[in-house]
Design a protein around this ligand. Structure first.
Ligand code: ADP
Ligand code: ADP
Length: 231
C-alpha cells in the first residue's frame, strides 16, 4: 500500500540558479522505514520537507494517501495533520508547559476534550519515562528529553507517517541514544517513517530502505544490509 508518491519533483531556488531537487520520484509504502542519506546540500531536507509540503515543489506532484496534495484545491492542513514531523531543533513552545505542548494540537485540531487529550498525553509521557516533566517548561529539559517530547507530541496526533529531519544532529552525544531508542521502538511497532540522519546504526538496525541523494537526485537505493556492504 503506497502512502506517499513523489512524481518527478523539482525544487528551484535563486531564480533557477540552484536546483535543490532535480527530478525526484519515489514511493513510500505503509510500514516502511526509509532512511535518507547523502552529502550536505544534496537535497535531503528539501526532499523530506516536500513530503508534507513545507516546501512547495516548483514542478512535479506529491500524492499522500492517494490525494494530490500539490494541487491548489487540496486542503493541505487536513492532510498534514496525518504527517508528524520532527526537526533538528525540537520546535517546542517555550512558554507552554510540556503537557500543554503535547495537548495543544489534539485539542485545537482534533477537537479532543482537555481531559481526554491530557490523559493520552500522560500515557505518551509514561512511554518515554517523562511523566514527572508534565508541568515543566521546555527550558527545564535536556536536549534529549526535549526531542523525545517533540516526538510524542507528533504521536499525539495519531499520524500515518513520521518525518524526521536530522533528529539527533543537535544533541550532545550522550543524549543521542535515548532518542534513537524511541525511534527504533516506533519503527518496530510498525510506524511508517522517513528519516534524514547520519546515524548508520539506526539505518542498519531498523531501516527497511536507504535512499542515497546527491546533487538533488536519488542516485541509489536499496535495503540497508546490501546498501552498506556494497557501496
Ligand atoms: P541537505 O538536507 O542534503 O543538506 P538541503 O535540502 O537543506 O540539503 O539543501 C539543498 C540545497 O538547496 C542546498 O544548496 C541549500 O543551500 C539550498 N536551499 C535549501 N533551502 C533553500 C532556500 N530556502 N533558499 C535557497 N536555497 C535553499
Ligand atoms: P537543515 O540542514 O537543518 O535543513 P539549513 O541550515 O540547511 O538547515 O536550513 C535552515 C533553513 O534555511 C531552511 O528553512 C532552509 O530552507 C533555509 N535555507 C537553507 N539554505 C538556504 C539558502 N542558501 N538560502 C536561503 N535559505 C536557505
Amino acid at each position: 500500500e503506497v502512502l506517499i508518491k513523489v512524481e518527478n519533483v523539482h525544487k528551484i531556488y535563486n531564480e533557477g540558479r540552484l536546483h535543490a531537487l532535480n527530478g525526484v520520484s519515489n514511493e513510500i509504502k505503509k510500514g516502511e522505514v526509509v532512511v535518507v542519506v547523502g552529502p550536505s546540500g544534496s537535497g535531503k531536507s528539501t526532499f523530506l520537507r516536500s513530503l508534507n509540503l513545507l516546501e512547495t515543489p516548483s514542478t512535479g506532484k506529491i500524492y499522500f494517501e492517494g490525494v494530490d496534495i500539490t494541487s491548489k484545491k487540496t486542503d493541505i492542513d487536513k492532510h498534514r495533520q496525518k504527517m508528524g514531523m520532527v526537526f533538528q531543533h525540537f520546535n517546542l513552545f517555550p512558554h507552554k508547559t510540556i503537557i500543554d505542548n503535547i495537548t495543544l494540537a489534539p485539542i485545537k485540531l482534533l477537537k479532543k476534550s482537555k481531559a481526554d487529550a491530557e490523559k493520552e498525553a500522560m500515557e505518551l509521557l509514561k512511554l518515554v519515562g517523562l511523566q514527572e516533566k508534565a508541568n515543566a517548561y521546555p527550558s527545564q529539559l535536556s536536549g534529549g528529553q526535549k526531542q523525545r517530547i517533540a516526538i510524542i507530541r507528533s504521536l499525539a496526533m495519531d499520524p500515518d507517517v513520521m518525518l524526521f529531519d536530522e533528529p539527533t544532529s543537535a544533541l550532545d552525544p550522550e543524549m543521542v541514544g535515548e532518542v534513537l531508542e524511541l525511534m527504533k521502538k516506533l519503527a518496530r511497532d510498525g510506524m511508517t517513517m522517513v528519516v534524514v540522519t547520519h546515524e548508520m546504526g539506526f539505518a542498519k538496525e531498523v531501516g527497511t530502505r536507504v535512499i542515497f541523494m546527491d546533487a538533488g537526485q536519488i542516485k541509489e537505493e536499496g535495503v540497508p544490509k546490501e546498501f552498506f556492504e556494497h557501496p
